[in-house]
Design a protein around this ligand. Sequence first.
Ligand SMILES: NC(=O)c1ccc[n+]([C@@H]2O[C@H](COP(=O)([O-])OP(=O)(O)OC[C@H]3O[C@@H](n4cnc5c(N)ncnc54)[C@H](O)[C@@H]3O)[C@@H](O)[C@H]2O)c1
Ligand SMILES: C[C@@H](CO)CCC[C@@H](C)[C@H]1CC[C@H]2[C@@H]3[C@H](O)C=C4C[C@@H](O)CC[C@]4(C)[C@H]3CC[C@]12C
Length: 380
Amino acid sequence: MTVGSGQVYVVTGGCGFLGSHLVRMLLEHEKNISEIRVFDLHLDESLRTLSNDRVKVRLISGDISRLEDVREALRGSHLVIHTASLVDVWGRVPASKITEVNVTGTMNVLQACKEEEVQYLVYTSSMEVVGPNIHGDHFYRGNEDTEYRIYHKEPYPLSKAKAEKLVLEANGAKIKGGKLLYTCSLRPTGIYGEGHELMKQFHRQGLRTGRCVFRAIPPAIEHGRVYVGNVAWMHLLAARQLQIHPSTLGGQVYFCYDSSPYKSYEDFNMEFLSACGFKIIGSRPLVPYFLLYLLALLNALMQWLLHGFFTYAPILNPYTLAVASTTFTVQTDKAEKHFGYQPLYAWEEAKKRTITWVKSLEVSRKDLKDVGEKGNYCCN
Ligand SMILES: NC(=O)c1ccc[n+]([C@@H]2O[C@H](COP(=O)([O-])OP(=O)(O)OC[C@H]3O[C@@H](n4cnc5c(N)ncnc54)[C@H](O)[C@@H]3O)[C@@H](O)[C@H]2O)c1
Ligand SMILES: C[C@@H](CO)CCC[C@@H](C)[C@H]1CC[C@H]2[C@@H]3[C@H](O)C=C4C[C@@H](O)CC[C@]4(C)[C@H]3CC[C@]12C
């Protein structure tokens, strides 16, 4: 295999949901690279096979919270896309662990950039660094300059906000050798697409309830969603343009957006689940909000009581209920203006790809059933 003399990109968290789409996106659309280093705690060996005669995909097993691991991975590279993170709003992982990975991990990436002379860093942030806040203030078609009461209490959004601040403050810092570091931050809303773990959970849950989804959130509450392929594409463009126009992109934040429709979280999921015969029951929430809130509180209480015995972490808790019940949608063209971003996948294509993937979950479950698992499966 002959590998050219292009750039070396490091993708931290490159085996995750977004990370693995990003690695494939870079392989297909970024002609200027000769090596992609996929740095992750848990390696997905199938990515290795993506190497071709132009680009080598190198899997590096490491822990972002260990500076030495990060330094080694960055040595001799040109640019880092830092997506590695613990994504947990359910209390599955202790808060200290979330901080260690998301904040200390990001500090390590910055430190390693400085010591290993890596000039460019694109950070994957989250809409959660802005909101929704726990006061239930709606963020309706907002942009990067919209005023909003930002209030962080939960470990995950708190950690993402701290990490983003560090990343932005580091823009323009001197690195070893005297050159400057340039950083920018991308803030996806709720990402969906092939491989989305939460969608798998909703699909499994729907099978248990006879393909019925019981409406819990008012349909008027809009939740911003963005297709994973477009988020990956935006990262690729930001990485490319950060090197060409560092003074434009450096120190900036960009919401990730595309043409996915504004809908409630549940109605949006139904865009895919209905292709597998799922039905949403109720045009309004079946359970009054206060009951849902009590249930969420009960779940939190159970989590606290069972702590030490096992991790009780259901999807519904007071925080996830607040996020799902508060409108958060973005409407902006900052990324288009600053680095020419336009979605690579139209909504119809993103929907088609996601449906194909959701249907493939049915096939794999049917295989399981054939070897003895209970269930009732059909798909149109
Ligand atoms: N999923 C969403 O809806 C969403 C929305 C907005 C922002 N984000 C952000 O996008 C990024 C990717 O999220 P995702 O949904 O692909 O999550 P994911 O969990 O699928 O991917 C994260 C990856 O980070 C890796 N990782 C975790 N701890 C690590 C450590 N100590 N060292 C090295 N690697 C480690 C994991 O193994 C995983 O492969 C995250 O930064 C997340 O905050 C996600
Ligand atoms: C009340 C339930 C009835 O069906 C629905 C609960 C749905 C919630 C579990 C999810 C609603 C919104 C999601 C979050 C959002 O899409 C954005 C996120 C940002 C990202 O950085 C991490 C994931 C998440 C917090 C995502 C998590 C799941 C929801 C709260």
